[in-house]
Structures are given as structure tokens and as C-alpha cells.
Design a protein around this ligand. Structure first.
Ligand code: ADP
Ligand code: MG
Length: 662
């Protein structure tokens, strides 16, 4: 039902609701609050320097002092519980007429006992009882009170809202019905109601999600692909010609891939391997097998530097083969690109490595057999689909690489539509990164250590995290940090700041300059992207380390230690949370660290896991609700295999839409 049916809704507010993507009553009712205000009415003598709600009666005339333009103070005497006190409130001169003698009001603010004054932040005329107030993300011009009014009217209409939780599961978990859940979520009487409603709505959302995922997995398993024909001996020869011995997990993963390629079904495999675990060489072997079977391959990376790095590596690995590798990036000239398109179409090129530029419509292959996406989480579903269908029939084998070490059960759930190979063992030629947790007053130690590295012409990453909603302060604080470091190192080295406001191009340029060694210290406010090798970067210094989850810290630390030089990581924190950070001193195993993180915080830090744009949850969160997620995953699988879903109209609709979505 369209929101037009709401009698109270005028055109202006209708537009504002549309801005929030609310068009139907269903949209409105599933526009959930992000938090609640718990309003408990107190007596004035219970008010202890905290924000309180107090019922009061106006006892005096209202005085307004106009101090200057846009600044006035309104004050009067009020009474609560037989105590008289003064009330002041800023910039509410317009309330003067509403505040007449003996009017009952609700005051919100803080009471200062010393001068018997209540400093109000708000005065209301309608609520006089304990209440829980839902708070929503609004848009400019839309008042909370109005949204509440529409919500209430929508609920009163008692329209039927589809419930996606199958009946037997509703019963099994004693979930409340959807209509009641919607009432509770918007107008709860107590915390219990909020909890009941949330649990049920989150479960529903995650159930639908995992159902789709498992359905897709089923389709994927059935999808016809290309049966590749090559000799495993040729692959073995290549592997033995490598300058290093592959780890057991690398070999196991290669084996998985070989089996996939030889099968008639389309390969849909994700390689989950920690930073530096050597995923690239596995991809290289897959490319070789694909080439020996007579097919072309394409390899997409999120940045130009990374693409170039892969290009160089591949050219190197294949120098004994008649295998032609090409690089395609956005910065190439039109003419060059068109030339390349021609060659690819004529199969004069066997492997094309590139950035998003690979998605260009004009790029078509003669016989594409393998599609690889590096740092998979950096691309949206659509982008990945475009690339996968570049062969024209949607049959090319697909391989994703991802540096997100997360617990296995969890990975199986969120990547339920893919087969997974994990690379846990790392090549052991490298020195372990030495990690130390320091407090801010130990900063001189850190500066000394930094100086040592600079003296050896090594490079340093400094990370100073964002404080949400405080862009200006952030920029100021990193610029201050830059000044301090410049001063500390006597202007001898080039220090630059990489922050989120920069354009991707500018970021790439800075990274490139850093990679070339022109910049010695790179201060980053954003999480430095994964993937690039900067062998001379031997130190990572992270300020306010307590703000990051362990998985994120681990990823950041992985930017260094990518050569045989000894590398260091300093985690600077001033909170008592140092215990948690100690895990980082103990281990450099990403899977171990992420398990610990899930254990300790009861929620995961899912750095590098699918980006939010991939799934727009209205109420669920992968991070917070991962336990529910694991449950829904199991339940959805059961539901799918029971075939009950075939009689459920709602799920038939979902299935019909899946084909468009993915
Ligand atoms: P990531 O998994 O982070 O993408 P890379 O594939 O870039 O890691 O590998 C990191 C480095 O380790 C590369 O320089 C690569 O040549 C090297 N490497 C990969 N496998 C091995 C191995 N088995 N033994 C020694 N070095 C290896
Ligand atoms: Mg990599």
C-alpha cells in the first residue's frame, strides 16, 4: 500500500519520506530506529548532574534576554515535587507564549544544585510518563514527531505484512509474529519488547539472505562450465621450475583448482589466504592450466599499481612460455586500448591483467576460460558479474582471491555461494614481524625506533584512525602529527598524508611515490589498501590502536614485512584494552587472531569482508549478529533441502528475483 493512504501526510513530508526510500507502508514500517531514548521521569531532588526528564509547572512570568543576534536566553521559575527552581534555556524565545502560568511541562536537561537552576536542552508539552522513544535517521526537514505520527497511523491500519520466517521455525523459536514485532520495534513499552522484536526481525533478514546464498550455491553447482583439458605433468614441471617450494596449503589449493577445471561444471572458488600467504602464484598456476587447455584468462585487481605488479610477476613467471600477457588500465590512451581490444578479440593475447578498465563494453574475448578477481571484496557484485560474463555464455571458470582470514564456519556462511580453499601456512622464508604494544607516554621509544629505520633508508607507515563524524578534527590531528614528525626528524625525510578525502587517483599517486621510495613516512587516516608490496617499508606505527579490531590491525601490519628485512609494528594505545592488543604481540597468524577477536569481543572484526553495498540490511549486521547468522545459515539450508520453499509464494518471488540480481 502506498504511503498516500496516510491521512496526515502532506506532499512536503511525502517527498521527505521518499528521500529515505520510503514509498509504501511496508517501507515505512521496516524503516527501523537505530537507537532508543529511555525516558524515565525523575524528581528534581534525584537529578544528579546528568540529563534527566522532569515534570514541572510554570510558576512565574517568562523572561527573555536577547543577548545578541541568534542568541537569547529564556528563563522562568518552575516547581517540581514542592521544590521551586529556576529554568533557563537557550534560543527558545519562541516558546514564550506557550509557557503560561501553571502550565504542565516536561523539562529535559541538567539540574545544577549550586545555583538551583535547571539548564534545559528541551521543553515538551506532551509526554508526562516513562517512555521509550525510538530514534531514527531523519533527513533534513523531517521531524521525529511527524515520522512517529505516520508510523503510528501505519501500524493502526493493521495491514498485512509479509512474514518470511516459515511457520515451523516461528514455532520452533517461539518468535513473536511480524505485526507485533513491528509494533514493538517502533513503540516499545520495555526493553524486553525491543529484544523480542529485534531478534525476530534480524533472524528474518538473515534467513532470507542465507536462503538466497544457498539457493545460488545450488545453481552454481549445477551451472555448466568448460571442461579443461591439460596435462597435470606440465603443471608439475612448472611448479618444480619455480625458485621456491610451494607450501602444503598452496599445493592443496592448486589441487582443488585443477579438479575444478577438469570438471564440466563451472568453477566458483574463493581462495582465502592471509596477506603474504602466496595467493598470486596459485592464480598463476590456474592461468597456466587454462592456457594449456587453449583458453584465455583475465585477472582483475583493484588498483593500477597492483595490476602492474601482477603483470610484471606474470611476465616473469611465463618467460619460458609462448604465453602473451597484456596490461589494461584506465590511464592508457584510447588508441592503445582499442589496439589491445583488437588483439584480445583475435586471441593474440592469452592473459589480460587490469583494473576496472576490464569491465569496458568494448573488451571481448575470443575464448575466455578463466576469470580471476584479486582482493575480491573491493568489487561490487555487479562488477564481478560483468567480468564473469565476458565470455558471452557465463561458462568461464571463476576464481576469487581474498585476504580475509576469518574463522572457517563463518567464512562458509558468508561465502556460502562459493567453494573455499584456505591457505593457512605461510612461506617461512620471512622474518616474523616484531610487534610491540606501547602507551602514548612511551612515544620517544617509538620515535627512536623510527629513526633507526630511516637511517637504514627504510620506509614507515603511520596510521592514525578516523574519529567518526569529526572530519575537521581528524585532518587537523593528522596534519599536526605530520608537523611533529617533520620536526622530530629534522625535515630530513619526505612525509605525506594519505586521507580519505583524497580522490582515488591522488591516493594511487601517493602510494606510487611511496613505493618508489620518494616518500619515507606515509601517514594514513584510512586503512591502507591491501595487496601492494613495498619491500623497503619495514615499520608500521598505529596510533589509537584500541579503536581497531584485531583483524584490521593484522591487515595493517601485513603492509610491512614483505621482504627479508626485519620489520616492526608498534601499536600505540592509552586504554586499559591493552590486553586485547597483546594477542598481536603473540601471533602473526591471521586466522588465529580473528578467532581470538571473535571470542574476546563476542563479535567479529570483518575487515575486508564483503562491503556493505553488497547487501543492504535494514536491521541485521554481520559483525554483531554473526551467531544468529550461523543459525539462519543452517536453518535456511534445511529449508531449501526440504523443498517446502516450493510451496511458499514469498520464496518463489525471491527466487524469481535472484536471476536478475546475480
Ligand atoms: P598474497 O597472498 O598476499 O597475495 P603474494 O602472492 O603477493 O601474497 O606473495 C607474497 C610473496 O611471497 C611474493 O613475493 C611471492 O613471490 C612469495 N611467495 C609465494 N609463495 C612462496 C613460497 N612458497 N615460498 C617462498 N616465497 C613465496
Ligand atoms: Mg595478493
Amino acid at each position: 500500500m502506498d504511503i498516500d493512504v496516510l491521512t496526515n501526510l502532506g506532499p512536503k513530508n511525502k517527498n521527505l519520506l521518499n528521500k529515505l526510500n520510503i514509498y509504501t507502508l511496508n517501507d515505512l514500517l521496516t524503516y527501523y530506529p537505530y537507537r532508543y531514548n529511555f525516558i524515565t521521569i525523575k524528581n528534581i531532588n534525584e537529578a544528579l548532574d546528568e540529563v534527566v526528564y522532569i515534570n514541572a509547572i510554570v510558576l512565574s512570568d517568562i523572561k527573555v534576554n536577547y543577548i545578541r543576534k541568534n542568541f537569547n536566553i529564556l528563563s522562568f521559575i518552575a516547581s517540581n515535587n514542592n521544590i521551586n527552581f529556576k529554568v533557563t534555556i537557550y534560543n527558545r524565545a519562541f516558546l514564550k507564549n506557550a509557557l503560561y502560568l501553571n502550565r504542565e511541562i516536561l523539562l529535559i536537561g541538567k539540574y545544577k544544585k549550586i545555583n538551583n537552576t535547571f539548564i534545559a536542552s528541551d521543553i515538551k508539552f506532551n509526554i508526562f510518563n516513562n517512555k521509550i522513544e525510538a530514534v531514527y535517521h531523519l533527513t533534513e526537514g523531517l521531524k521525529l514527531a511527524n515520522l512517529e505520527k505516520y508510523m503510528l497511523e501505519a501500524i493502526d491500519k493493521n495491514i498485512k505484512i509479509d512474514d518470511y520466517i516459515p511457520n515451523y521455525l516461528l514455532e520452533k523459536y517461539h518468535f513473536i509474529s511480524k505485526d507485533i514485532a513491528l509494533k514493538y520495534i517502533h513503540f516499545p513499552h520495555d526493553i524486553k519488547e525491543i529484544k523480542q522484536a529485534k531478534l525476530r526481525l534480524i533472524y528474518e533478514e538473515l534467513f532470507i539472505y542465507t536462503f538466497k546464498l544457498n539457493y545460488l550455491a545450488m545453481l552454481n553447482k549445477r551451472a555448466k562450465g568448460l571442461k579443461k583439458d591439460f596435462l597435470v605433468e606440465d603443471i608439475d614441471d612448472f611448479i618444480s621450475s619455480l625458485p621456491f617450494k610451494l607450501t602444503s596449503d598452496q599445493l592443496k589449493t592448486i589441487n582443488d583448482i585443477i579438479n575444478d577445471l577438469k570438471k564440466e561444471n563451472r568453477m566458483n572458488r574463493l581462495i582465502l589466504g592471509d596477506v603474504g600467504s602466496g595467493k598470486t602464484i596459485v592464480a598463476v598456476v590456474a592461468i597456466l592450466a587454462n592456457y594449456l587447455s587453449g583458453y584465455q584468462a583475465t585477472f582483475m585487481a583493484p588498483t593500477e599499481i597492483l595490476a602492474r605488479q601482477h603483470y610484471e610477476a606474470l611476465t616473469n613467471y611465463f618467460h619460458n612460455y609462448d604465453l602473451k600477457v597484456a596490461l589494461l588500465t584506465g590511464s592508457m590512451r584510447k588508441k592503445e586500448k582499442e589496439n589491445l581490444y583488437e588483439k584480445i578479440k583475435k586471441k593474440e593475447i592469452d592473459v589480460v591483467i587490469g583494473t576496472h578498465a576490464l569491465l569496458n563494453e568494448s573488451l571481448n574475448f575470443a575464448s575466455l576460460g578463466l576469470v580471476i578477481t584479486d582482493e575480491q571484496h573491493r568489487f561490487g557484485v555487479n562488477q564481478r558479474n560483468i567480468l564473469q560474463n565476458k565470455d558471452g555464455h557465463g561458462q568461464a571458470d571463476v576464481l576469487y582471491l581474498s585476504a580475509t582470514p576469518i574463522p572457517r564456519t563463518y567464512a562458509l556462511t558468508i561465502y556460502g555461494d562459493l567453494d573455499i580453499s584456505q591457505i593457512k601456512t605461510k612461506p617461512n622464508m620471512r622474518k616474523e614481524i616484531i610487534t610491540k604494544v606501547k602507551t602514548e607516554d612511551q612515544i620517544t621509544e617509538v620515535l627512536k625506533a623510527m629513526l633507526e629505520e630511516l637511517k637504514q633508508n627504510h620506509q614507515i607507515f603511520v596510521v592514525s584512525p578516523l574519529i567518526e563524524n569529526e572530519e575537521e578534527t581528524n585532518l587537523k590531528s593528522v596534519n599536526l602529527l605530520k608537523e611533529k614528525l617533520t620536526l622530530a626528524f629534522k625535515n630530513l625525510v619526505r612525509i605525506e598524508v594519505l586521507h580519505g578525502k583524497l580522490k582515488q587517483k591522488e591516493k594511487d599517486a601517493l602510494m606510487e611515490d611511496f613505493q618508489k621510495g620518494n616518500i619515507k613516512i606515509l601517514i594514513a587516516t584510512t586503512v591502507i589498501e591491501v595487496g601492494i608490496d613495498i619491500p623497503m617499508a619495514t615499520m608500521m606505527v598505529i596510533f589509537n590502536a584500541e579503536r581497531f579490531g584485531l583483524a584490521t590491525l593484522h591487515q595493517l601490519r601485513g603492509r610491512v614485512g614483505r621482504s627479508n628485512l626485519q620489520s616492526y609494528c608498534y601499536l600505540i594505545s592509552n586504554t586499559k584494552d591493552n590486553e586485547r592488543l597483546k594477542v598481536m604481540e603473540e601471533s602473526t597468524d591471521g586466522f588465529y587472531i580473528s578467532e581470538k577477536d571473535f571470542e574476546q569481543r563476542g563479535q567479529g572484526d570483518l575487515f575486508g569482508v564483503k562491503q556493505s553495498g553488497d547487501m543492504n540490511f535494514k536491521i541485521a549486521s554481520f559483525q554483531r549478529d554473526y551467531k544468529i547468522l550461523l543459525q539462519t545459515s543452517q536453518d535456511a539450508k534445511e529449508y531449501l533441502s526440504s523443498s517446502k520453499y516450493q510451496e511458499n509464494k514469498l520464496y518463489q518471488e525471491i527466487i524469481n528475483q535472484i536471476n536478475f540480481l546475480d
